[in-house]
Design a protein around this ligand. Structure first.
Ligand code: ACO
Length: 399
């Protein structure tokens, strides 16, 4: 048991933070967000270092196992991801049967949940009570399978929505290259894989955000890993979380060019509406992920003929920052301000942006639920009741 866990006495005096602000879920070694300095680390490594030197597969290993892999560990992990990435045929048929205009996040959530019905090994977490070490091993194995499959389902959903035949992973390609290949049917070039790796690395983990908390809450009841991951995908879907990059790009496209951007920001503030892609519960400094992505966004947009869109986005950023500064608010662009722009320049349809996020974040969700499992205790916060009491029941005819 961790030395940080102490007794809780009720009734106790607490300060209520809306949205559980300030609440602590557990003690972790997986990653940390330093919102004051604008830093993000995974297992002790700065995110920028990992973007410069690593790839998503290696970072997923790092998050899940706690250390950078040796060559043989990496080869075994890559082989496992390749092996487990094959999609069960019934799930492929199910994906093909979903409406073409379904939101891909709903489709992804359904595919992950449905895949759980075909994987009996995935139900074995309940062994935790009798054999915790064995349960941890099974959960890790199943979780890695879900990571590989989530990537495959994400590509399959994209292809199904384009009316194309679904593809199984290409055994000659790694995790990221396969993601792109299974979507487009073409083996991607190195630059494309490199940019995609950076995007996936940047979104692999991020403290106790809503979807990570969801995964932990669900798994803390000893629910199976498929239910856990499907629930986390649901939590990530909304525009205040993983859906923000999609919503942000839709806004940017609607502005109509850089010369209209300042007026758009002015109107938005006048209407009391938020600028999507700005703000963060933890960062009160520049989000380090946005710093990395901004460089890629500019380079790619200029190369691919979206220079005007980039200039629009930069003007919105500048005008918003001016207003935030004037209001004394430490609100800056977050990861989703520029990630959508990068995905757009890479050719992804807007609706797919949150799905890419979900694929990336599966590693973080998995790492965190595995870390918590040996000390598992079901999450059970309380709400302060502020309603009536002692009401007299009035029969329906007398109301
Ligand atoms: N545009 C304008 N004002 C903002 C913005 C924004 N994007 N974000 C926060 N503010 C203002 C709020 O209006 C509020 O002002 P007030 O104190 O005068 O009422 C203040 O800053 C605090 O904001 P909250 O909404 O209370 O911050 P909270 O921590 O609850 O929410 C959140 C954080 C959800 C990210 C919020 O900033 C937001 O809605 N941003 C837009 C959506 C977005 O980009 N989400 C992606 C987040 S990153 C991720 O999930 C990967």
């Amino acid at each position: 048991m961790s030395k940080y866990v102490g007794p809780v006495e009720f009734p106790c005096e607490i300060t209520l933070g809306r949205g559980l602000e300030g609440a602590i879920t557990n003690v972790t070694k997986i990653g940390a967000v330093n919102g004051v300095e604008g830093k993000l680390i995974y297992r002790g490594y700065d995110i920028k270092t990992l973007c410069d030197h690593s790839n998503y597969e290696e970072v997923a290993y790092l998050l899940i196992y706690g250390n950078l892999p040796t060559q043989s560990e990496m080869s075994a992990f890559s082989a496992e991801l390749k092996r487990e990435g094959e999609m069960p045929a019934p799930i492929m048929r199910m994906i093909e049967g979903l409406p073409r205009d379904a939101h891909p996040m709903n489709a992804l959530q359904a595919a992950v949940a449905a895949a759980g019905c075909f994987d009996k090994e995935g139900w074995e977490v309940t062994k935790h009570t009798s054999d915790p070490a064995a349960a941890l091993e099974i959960e890790r194995k199943v979780g890695i399978r879900i990571l590989a499959r989530t990537r495959s389902f994400a590509s399959a959903i994209a292809r199904a929505q384009m009316g194309k035949d679904l593809l199984q992973p290409n055994p000659d390609l790694g995790f990221t290259a396969n993601y792109l290949y299974m979507m487009s049917g073409e083996v991607p070039d190195e630059t494309m894989c490199e940019v995609m790796d950076v995007c996936l690395i940047l979104q692999a983990d991020h403290g106790m955000n809503a979807s990570t908390f969801t995964s932990m809450v669900v798994h803390s009841s000893l629910a199976d890993m498929y239910s856990t991951m499907a629930a986390a995908i649901g939590s990530l879907r909304g525009p205040l979380h993983g859906g923000a990059n999609e919503a942000a790009l839709n806004d940017f496209m609607s502005i109509g060019g850089p010369d209209k951007a300042a007026a758009w920001v002015e109107q938005r503030f006048a209407q009391g509406k938020k600028i999507i892609g700005f703000g963060h519960r933890v960062y009160k400094a520049l989000d380090p992920r946005a710093v990395v992505l901004k460089q890629y966004a500019e380079k790619l947009c200029r190369e691919k003929g979206f220079g005007d869109l980039y200039d629009t986005v930069e003007t919105v950023e500048r005008e918003t920052l001016k207003r935030m500064e004037a209001a004394g608010k430490k609100i800056y662009p977050n990861v989703d301000y520029y990630s959508g722009l990068v995905y757009h320049a890479l050719g992804f349809p807007t609706q797919l942006f949150p799905v890419i996020f979900a694929v990336a974040r599966t590693a973080g969700w998995l790492a965190r639920v595995l870390e918590y499992l040996p000390e598992n205790r079901i999450f059970r916060p309380r709400a302060v009741y502020d309603g009536a009491s002692d009401l007299k029941y009035v029969p329906m005819g007398e109301r």
